[in-house]
Design a protein around this ligand. Structure first.
Ligand SMILES: [Zn+2]
Ligand SMILES: [Zn+2]
Length: 256
């Protein structure tokens, strides 16, 4: 039995389709409670933060006292927007900031509507471009957590060189900057049908001393905590004995 399951990647307003009300927040947290999650972190995308009602989160949280609630944000990192991202992150008062890469330039490569654009890339060049952005995101030092580390595999396109070769400079930057990674279970429900990151990358992260946390990337209440038990198992199999949690910008650990 695993103790201290956490879910640090939950989108309370989805992509704007869900209202941040006490009732909806309670539904997210009830789903977490049923899956024995002890911490839930809401990480709405920065462009939807204006829709997040912090008083509704507090009221919802009071309805489910078994679950500790944290508030963060998922920032879409673009090297082209670095100055703006610095200003934005420094203006936030949140428990943690997750930095994720969803775009190469104006191409949102994780959106199935943009699938045809993969044809324009040599997949090794694409993995290099993606992990370069992860490296740059980590090097800003702005992020407590790097989101879905190898989401570039989402549609199952694989490089010829090893992913580890492409990812190493990014992992070094993450380690240097003291950020955590997350085990994000949402990849299981994407075409690649694999949790992010791969067991190989996760093993390397453990070896390097990079902390780990867990996330479902839920955009609806019923997915909160989904497969986080499996993610915890993966973490333990990689050698981890503790999971990273975040309060007011500080990382702490709970035993796994
Ligand atoms: Zn994301
Ligand atoms: Zn997300």
């Amino acid at each position: 039995v695993t103790h201290n399951l956490v879910d640090y990647h939950v989108h309370s307003v989805s992509h704007g389709e869900i209202e941040c009300t006490e009732e909806n927040v309670t539904a997210f947290l009830e789903s977490a409670r049923k899956r024995n999650i002890v911490h839930v972190g809401f990480t709405d995308h920065e462009q939807f933060l204006s829709k997040v009602d912090y008083s509704a989160i507090l009221r919802g949280s009071a309805n489910v006292p078994e679950v500790s609630v944290r508030v963060g944000v998922e920032v879409n990192y673009f090297p082209e927007r670095e100055t703006k991202i610095h200003e934005f992150v420094n203006s936030l008062k949140v428990d943690y900031v997750m930095g994720s890469v969803h775009n190469i330039g104006d191409w949102a490569f994780d959106n199935p509507r943009n699938l045809s654009q993969y044809d324009k890339w040599n997949i090794d060049d694409l993995y290099k471009a993606y992990f370069d952005r992860i490296r740059m995101a980590a090097e800003t030092g702005l992020f407590n957590i790097i989101g879905h580390l190898d989401i570039i595999k989402i549609f199952g396109f694989r490089p010829k060189r090893s992913v580890m070769d492409h990812a190493m400079p990014a992992l070094e930057a993450i380690r240097r900057r003291g950020a955590a990674i997350e085990i994000n279970t949402n990849g299981k429900y994407k075409p690649v049908e694999e949790i992010y990151p791969s067991t190989e990358l996760l093993g390397k992260c453990f070896e390097m001393g990079i902390p780990v946390t867990l996330g479902s990337d839920a955009h609806v209440p019923e997915n909160t905590g989904r497969d986080v038990e499996i993610a915890a198992r993966m973490a333990k199999d990689a050698g981890y004995t503790k999971v990273a949690v975040f309060t007011e910008g500080k990382m702490d650990f709970l035993p796994l």
